[in-house]
Design a protein around this ligand. Structure first.
Ligand code: C5P
Length: 223
């Protein structure tokens, strides 16, 4: 027997990370950010001389990589082969390349295995694109978080502005989000999809607190 699992899936910029972090704190669950793992691999590929479509070379890179997710106050530090890439995996360059790499069979096979290993005892909330459909299909609670593309682009834009990136326009961010959702939804292996038993929540016009409270309510109701 294992502890409960909450799966949170949805498109880019729907507010998954912030909401998932809050839920983990409130319900005292481990937080598993699977997107960070795909980003860490992408970062390593971009650092190397390997081309993003060299699948055999990337497959080898994945099997020779060690990813660690380490809780640190209210965030998670991401390490690959011992280097801290927490900030480095959030750049536009990584964001623009991650979906092509995450579509590759060996990448998914390797990372999903690690995710399932990390979650074997349960007691976690996992965030991604295929958690409810593939990684933890038996999760007790599955949430599919959405929002209009305008709203999602606006949120990312404000986030970047706060980080001091004043060079990326709202329109550019919107196009990147549309492209990434398209790649994630149309890939062959474990595409972004709402699980049949997932509860869809649109976060348009809702605060982080409202969304968090609703999921906590659903959790209490479902368990
Ligand atoms: O959630 P985040 O934006 O950090 O995810 C980055 C990318 O990683 C996604 O656009 C997707 O291509 C990939 N990903 C995935 N499966 C997951 C989580 C993320 O394919 N479970």
């Amino acid at each position: 027997t294992r502890q409960p699992i909450v799966a949170i899936d949805g498109p880019a910029g729907a507010g998954k990370s912030t909401v998932t972090r809050h839920i983990a704190q409130l319900l005292n669950l481990m937080y598993l950010d699977t997107g960070a793992m795909y980003r860490a691999i992408t970062w390593k590929v971009l650092q190397s001389q390997i081309s993003v479509d060299d699948e055999p070379a990337i497959a080898q890179l994945v099997s020779g990589s060690r990813i660690e997710l380490i809780p640190d106050q209210d965030q998670i530090r991401v390490l690959i082969d011992g280097s801290d890439v927490t900030e480095a995996i959030r750049t536009q360059e990584v964001t623009r390349n991650v979906s092509a790499i995450a579509a590759q069979v060996a990448v998914r096979r390797g990372l999903v295995k690690q995710q399932q290993q990390l979650g074997r005892r349960g007691g976690l909330v996992a965030e991604g694109r295929d958690i409810g459909t593939h990684v933890f299909p038996d999760a007790e609670l599955k949430i599919f978080l959405t929002a209009s593309v305008e709203e999602r682009a606006k949120r990312r834009y404000l986030e970047l502005q706060q980080k001091g990136d004043l060079n990326t326009s709202l329109e550019e961010i919107k196009q990147d989000i549309i492209r990434r959702d398209e790649l994630d939804s149309n890939r062959t292996i474990a595409p972004l999809r709402k699980a049949v038993d997932a509860i869809e929540l649109s976060t348009d016009g809702l605060s982080i607190e409202q969304v968090t409270n609703e999921i906590v309510r659903l959790y209490t109701e479902h368990l």
